[in-house]
Design a protein around this ligand. Structure first.
Ligand SMILES: NC(=O)N[C@@H](CC(=O)O)C(=O)O
Length: 356
């Protein structure tokens, strides 16, 4: 195969940041082949109200109007059932839960799920999606660390799903076989995003390599295998959410003995070619459109159906013999960002002028 057409690619988990940094990274969604971005709310301060989310959306639209932005709120005590109803009317798509302290800007994250049951009830009624960062905080007393934080979280997923069976829930950026199996056994209201980097990496790739470090961390080879298998099987409740998380280079690469490096892997500007390259590497290229577009769109009720099929935006990838080098980085003024696999070659690029 030398070219592939993908209809309406949608990234169901992306960090677009704020201020000048946002101006650099937001256009990279389109650059990477995507026309829909499901935007994370972990800004400083976090996006906790409908008003803030709409103001943030307006900023993103000003930077790049060519992408559809689906906005989320940050689960915190500020979020009330009334605010959920207001959010629904304003078109907010989801609420993201970060357990306290597990990742970037999660100091205001949650400590217990039960206190949010009235909020979940309103979300279930209003059909707003709950996006779960599925890790529990590390705790030496209970032997929890980054390697088992995700399996240890799964009982919470099951409990919330049992209590609110109609609430649509997405377990974000799954990294383990246990998570894949847990989501499979849940009902049709529970889905799961998988990142590009987690189908490439294992523990060995981030131990000693800050650029591959993100939360949740990549796990064992067998866990990666489970992610690949479920994508290859074409399971419709498993789809792409890149968790593309840019950080200024100095926060990734110049950690000191007392300061750890920022968590996050940046894939936006190369995303669709990268996913095609990875899926092809394990024989799942035929699942590309399902994984990066139709499955997620169907779960989120954002299908592009009917009308004239020719009007659906289509991105064409072409194969590059010998591979295409991933750029060293992008910069604008003082802002700079370095992508995942910078300096490595991948086999696909976006065809800017496809012959139709
Ligand atoms: N994935 C990451 O490692 N980091 C994300 C936060 C998150 O989604 O955990 C970020 O905002 O940098």
């Amino acid at each position: 195969m030398t070219s592939i057409a993908v209809k309406a690619p949608a990234d169901f988990h992306v960090h677009l940041r704020q201020g000048e940094f946002s101006k650099l990274v937001t256009p990279h969604v389109k650059k990477g082949g995507f026309i829909l971005a499901y935007v994370m709310p972990n800004l400083k301060p976090p996006v906790t109200t409908t008003e803030q989310a709409l103001a943030y959306k307006a900023e993103l639209q000003k930077i790049d109007p060519n992408v559809e932005y689906l906005m989320t709120l940050y689960l915190s005590p500020d979020l009330t059932p009334d605010e959920v109803r207001k959010a629904k009317k304003a078109g907010i798509a989801g609420v993201k839960s970060y357990p306290r302290g597990v990742t970037t800007n999660s100091d205001g994250g949650i400590e217990s799920y039960e206190i949010y049951y009235p909020v979940f009830e309103a979300m279930e009624q209003e059909d707003i999606v709950l996006n779960l960062h599925g890790e529990i905080p590390s705790d030496a007393d209970t032997n929890v660390c980054v390697l088992n934080a995700e399996p240890a979280f799964l009982p919470h997923l099951r409990k919330i799903h049992e209590r609110f069976p109609k609430l649509r829930i997405v377990l974000e950026h799954a990294t383990t076989r246990a998570a894949v199996e847990a989501v499979k056994t849940c009902g049709p209201t529970v889905a799961c995003t998988i990142t590009a980097h987690h189908i490439a990496l294992t523990v060995d790739d981030w131990a000693g390599q800050a650029w591959n470090f993100c939360k949740p961390v990549a796990k064992y080879p067998d866990d990666r295998q489970a992610l690949r298998e479920v994508i290859k099987s074409g399971h419709p409740r498993f789809f792409l959410g890149s968790d593309s998380a840019p950080h200024p280079p100095h926060t990734k690469s110049t950690a000191t003995p007392t300061q750890s490096c920022a968590a996050g892997v940046y894939t936006s500007p190369i995303l669709l070619p990268l996913v095609a390259h990875l899926l092809e590497s394990f024989g799942a290229l035929d699942r590309l459109e399902g994984f990066v577009s139709t499955f997620g769109r169907s779960f989120y009720k954002r299908e592009l159906l009917g009308g004239n099929a020719a009007q659906i935006p289509t991105i064409v990838l072409k194969r590059v013999e010998g591979g295409e080098l991933i750029k060293e980085g992008w910069s604008e003024g003082e802002q700079k960002v370095i992508p995942f696999w910078s300096g490595k070659k991948i086999d696909w690029v976006i065809d800017e002028k496809p012959i139709r």
